[in-house]
Every structure is written in structure tokens, then in C-alpha cells.
Design a binder for this molecule. Sequence first.
Ligand SMILES: *[C@@H]1O[C@H](CO)[C@@H](O)[C@H](O)[C@H]1NC(C)=O
Ligand SMILES: *[C@@H]1O[C@H](CO)[C@@H](O)[C@H](O)[C@H]1NC(C)=O
Ligand SMILES: *[C@@H]1O[C@H](CO)[C@@H](O)[C@H](O)[C@H]1NC(C)=O
Length: 350
Amino acid sequence: MCQSSSLPRFPAPPSTAVLSLILILSLTTLVAGWRPWPPSGNNRFNLSDYTYGDSKKYEGSSEFIKLKYHMGPVLTSNITVHTIWYGRWERNQKKIIREFINSISAVHSKSPSIAGWWRTVQLYTDQTGSNISNSVQLGQEKNDRFYSHGKSLTRLSVQSVIKSAITARTKPLPINPRSGLYLLLTSEDVFVQDFCTSVCGFHYFTFPSLVGYTLPYAWVGNSAKLCPGQCAYPFAVPAFIPNRKPFKSPNGDVGVDGMISVIGHELAELATNPLANAWYAGQDPSFPVEIADLCEGIYGTGGGGAYMGQVMDARDGATYNMNGIRRRFLVQWVWNHILNYCTGPNALDQ
Ligand SMILES: *[C@@H]1O[C@H](CO)[C@@H](O)[C@H](O)[C@H]1NC(C)=O
Ligand SMILES: *[C@@H]1O[C@H](CO)[C@@H](O)[C@H](O)[C@H]1NC(C)=O
Ligand SMILES: *[C@@H]1O[C@H](CO)[C@@H](O)[C@H](O)[C@H]1NC(C)=O
């Protein structure tokens, strides 16, 4: 495998992803979600939005971004990720996702590693100066094989799925508002409100009136059937980009390999902004620009606009940028508020 800049990348117009994001966010009414990437006209923005500004070191860097701390809690205690597998999941799909989560704290993985990626997240602190925890562990899991709330979920029914999981008669998920995260993963035959058109995943917290507790959660969907070109890019390519071959995914499952980066995005944001009152840019907490939003589409040095940056080729031709315990993954970078740019463990120049 080698550092590769010679792969046929999506042509990158000179642009600034960050300024575009502000534009995007001023046009959208969604909170805390990974948007389909690359953007298309039907997301209410398009490639020509990416053609102004060119003075940055690289796209994910800007002195205009004022990521601020809004005094709320961040996840400083050991983080436990409780997973809900909604719908039909294959054993191997679960293994890939479990290994990704386990890799976050696997500090001895080969560099550049997922654990190295999480080190940027650990730079964030709360009012007391406590850093985000370096310990992220898999918690209990719940299978919701029979689609307890149907094959089309709304933002509110997502919370009902979590409620069902914590109140189940057999093996309920533990209730852990202090350091538990609830990760709802929907199989490829499940539609979730705004999936594909404006989000690939989102995070928020549950409402006591609905669920009984305030629990930080994220939803990420398997887009393999519904919209891989939107939510599993670059392992699938949307129709509006002709003549472009998808990259080979590192674990042989386009939908799940595409979910990995979305899960990483949501976990990084949950850790730094679990109750939507801690780390975000922008004035309005209902349109927060969070640490992963600022770096969406950036996977390596030089990334930004439509160019994902320098990533690596595995011997089998798969594209990745970080090592887990045994597997390889492609995970987007996150914002470093000390350096004021997006960083990742595979950076060439930091
Ligand atoms: C893309 O944006 C440009 C400029 O903002 C606009 O003129 C054009 O019509 C847009 N295209 C689509 C497909 O929305
Ligand atoms: C904790 O955060 C501070 C401030 O960002 C940073 O300087 C320090 O390196 C962080 N510690 C760890 C262990 O990441
Ligand atoms: C947190 O995790 C670390 C290692 O991951 C472990 O050594 C420590 O005992 C844990 N602390 C608590 C309070 O569970």
C-alpha cells in the first residue's frame, strides 16, 4: 500500500468547503446531521457553490470559523456505545462496525490509526478543563430484527425505537445518561425521515417526555439500497457525476464501509456536543456547525471542495485512510480548534 495522490479523483474546483458549509447551513433546516456528499442540486446546493475563494492552505482551514464552547457538558467519562441493530443485519456487517468502534481506543493499532483520529476529538474540554475521554467501548447490543416501528421511521419514532430498546422485557439496554451513547443502525431496507435527500445520519438526545431520560443518541442508516451514491461516496457514485468509477471499499461492503465514516462523524460530534450546548460554530443551536460538519468530505491532506485529499491504496486496490485493530477504514477528518483546521492521523504535513 502507498500514499496515493494519483487515483482518479473527482475534479476539484478551487473552493472553500468551509464557506460553502456556512452557505449550505444557511439554506437547510436540519440539525446535527451528516449530509449527503458530494452535494448535488437536489440538496439545495450544487457544485458551482464551490467555486469561490482560494486563499487557504487547504479547504478545511479557515480563520473565519469560530468554533465556540457554549458551556454545556462533553463526554469526559469512559464512553460506552450501546448499539441497536434495527432490521436485518449480517454477522459480517456487525463485525465491521464493532471493530471500528473498538478501534477508537486501540492505541496500539498501526499508524495512521483510528485511535490517532480520536486524539483530535480528545482535545476538546468542558468548563472544568476535563478532556473528552480516550476510552470508547462497545456496550450492550439490542437486535430489533422485526422492525418494531416499521420500515419508515421519523425523527420522533427513532426515539421510540430507543425507548423500546431500554424498556424491553428481555435484555433491555442499560440506561446510562452520563456516559452512554445510543447508536441506532438501520438496515438497507429502512427509510428514515430525510435519509438520502438531506442526511445520512444525525445525532441528538432523547426527550424525557418521550423516552423517560435524556440520552445522547445517533442514527446512521445503511444506504446500500436507497442511496449509496449519496451516503456511501466514494464507494458508490451519484448519477449526477457521470464517467466516474467508485473506489473499492476496504471491507468489501459498500453500504457498511460507507456507514463507518458517518458513524465516526456522529460519534465525534456526540462526544463534543452531546446535548447541543457545548462545542459548535454559528449562533443558532438549532443549526449547529459541529466539529465533523466542518470537515465533511475531507479525508486527507489537500482535501476540500470535491477533492477528498490524499488517502491510501491497499494492496487489493481498496481506498482507506486509517487502520483499525485489524481492518482498514475510510473516515473523514475532524476540526482541530487549536490549529483552526481539519486534522487527521494520515496528515502529511502536520
Ligand atoms: C447551481 O448554482 C448556480 C449558481 O448558484 C445556479 O446558477 C445553477 O442554476 C444551479 N444549478 C442547479 C442544478 O441547481
Ligand atoms: C486536553 O485538552 C487540551 C486543550 O485542548 C490539550 O492541550 C491537551 O493536549 C488535551 N489532552 C489530551 C490527553 O488530549
Ligand atoms: C475507564 O477506562 C479505562 C481504560 O479504558 C479503565 O482503565 C478505567 O478503569 C475505566 N474507568 C471507569 C471509571 O470505568
